[in-house]
Design a protein around this ligand. Structure first.
Ligand code: ADP
Ligand code: MG
Length: 371
């Protein structure tokens, strides 16, 4: 009898850590699979826990809220350089860049049948633009701060730029040999899924902050269309990082959604970094979640998945403890004085596997979770 009792108790005591050990990894594994089916790739398991408490989403504009596949909607020449040369110089430099603006500029020049040159001394200034030498001329393309840093005077051209910005277009300045030669306007459509995603964030009481390296006027035009009121424009990659940090210091749990190299520092700082699968590799490597199709509704799904997974883990822990909390005393003979019942070692072994089986069975239910 003593041997049988010892056997029963030890079998069940082994069962508890066994089922307990399965509880979390099983749910996480099934949860990650569930997300993947809907295009939500979770790389760090621990974000499945963090996601449910996210209350602020810092959202990049170009390529995240918008398609990131803009098209050239205007060219303004401001010096002696002709329009086709302006576009050809710009596109020759941009062909080396993987920025969404670059693609629009290159595409426009290809559509016009222009022959592109190979740029020399290429220099990419993240969040500002780029510089290279084409046909012996130094070409600088990018935003105002970049022009200022190269002593290229913009002056009145800013009014002209603002006219285009008010309709939501991004304006990049082109400098040739230290002189402003013109500006290129790129219109980038808002992703079809973005308004729906923003509505879902509102319902989940997630505050959305737009953070962009683009000009304030353009950012406000896009923000107005989308109903985003908190807009931080003209941010360098470092500024985006600082923004996330300061929100965290105020006690927020911050998710960052971005697609570019310029978003990488912010993605790394975020409690949950979310990259667009349509964006740069650096963003995806830095983030803990990737949305395969770049559809922001995936963030809501990821959050729901997080809630479902955590709930599933709690259920598993209950199963793991329940059998053993009941089983161990019975195995130890608490019912014997009253009912004359002793658990046979065979039944104890059965109960042992049952706790693990119920944990696995419950975790597998996550496969059908609605997210
Ligand atoms: P966002 O934060 O909206 O994704 P970025 O930080 O990538 O934008 O870029 C900020 C600004 O820097 C752009 O609006 C543009 O003016 C300039 N810029 C960045 N990369 C390029 C590029 N490849 N060509 C021209 N301008 C660029
Ligand atoms: Mg971007």
């Amino acid at each position: 009898v003593t041997y049988a009792l010892v056997a029963c108790v030890s079998v069940l005591i082994i069962a508890c850590p066994c089922a307990l050990g399965l509880a979390t990894p099983m749910s996480v594994m099934v949860g990650i699979g569930r997300g993947a089916r809907d295009g939500v790739l979770v790389r760090d398991a621990h974000v499945l826990e963090t996601l449910q408490s996210v209350d602020v989403l810092v959202c990049d504009k170009t390529g995240t809220l918008t398609e990131g596949r803009g098209s050239l909607s205007g060219i303004e020449t401001l010096g002696s350089i002709a329009e086709t040369d302006l576009l050809r110089f710009a596109a020759s430099v941009e062909r080396v860049s993987e920025h969404p603006l670059a693609e629009a500029i290159v595409q426009a020049s290809v559509a016009r049948g222009l022959d592109l040159e190979t740029p020399l001394d290429f220099d990419y200034i993240s969040g500002m633009g780029l510089q290279a030498t084409v046909e012996g001329r130094v070409i600088v393309i990018g935003n105002e701060p970049l022009m200022a840093s190269r002593d290229i005077v913009i002056g009145n051209a800013n009014n002209l730029a603002d006219q285009h910005r008010r309709s939501g277009a991004t304006v990049v300045f082109v400098g040739v040999d230290g002189q402003l030669a013109g500006l290129l306007c790129i219109s980038d459509a808002i992703k079809e899924s973005t308004p729906q995603a923003l509505e879902a964030f509102r319902q989940s009481e997630i505050l959305v902050v737009m953070a962009t390296g683009d000009n304030k006027s353009t950012a406000q035009a896009i923000g107005r269309d989308l109903g985003i009121t908190d807009i931080r424009a003209e941010l360098s990659p470092q500024d985006k990082h600082e923004l996330v940090k300061s929100l965290q210091e105020k006690g927020h749990v911050v998710a960052v959604a971005g697609d570019g190299i310029n978003d990488a520092p912010a993605l790394a700082q975020a409690d949950v970094g979310i990259a667009m699968g349509t964006g740069t590799d650096i963003a995806m490597e830095t983030a803990s979640v990737t949305l395969v199709r770049g559809d922001l509704r995936g963030i809501v799904k990821a959050r729901n998945l997080s809630v479902a997974t955590m709930q599933n883990i709690r259920q598993n822990l209950f199963f793991a403890f329940f059998y053993n909390a009941v089983g161990v005393p019975i195995a130890a003979g608490v019912l014997y004085p009253m009912l004359g019942f002793l658990l046979s070692p065979m039944l104890a072994a059965g109960a042992m596997s049952l706790s693990s089986v119920s944990v696995i069975g419950n975790a597998l239910r996550l496969r059908g979770a609605k997210i």
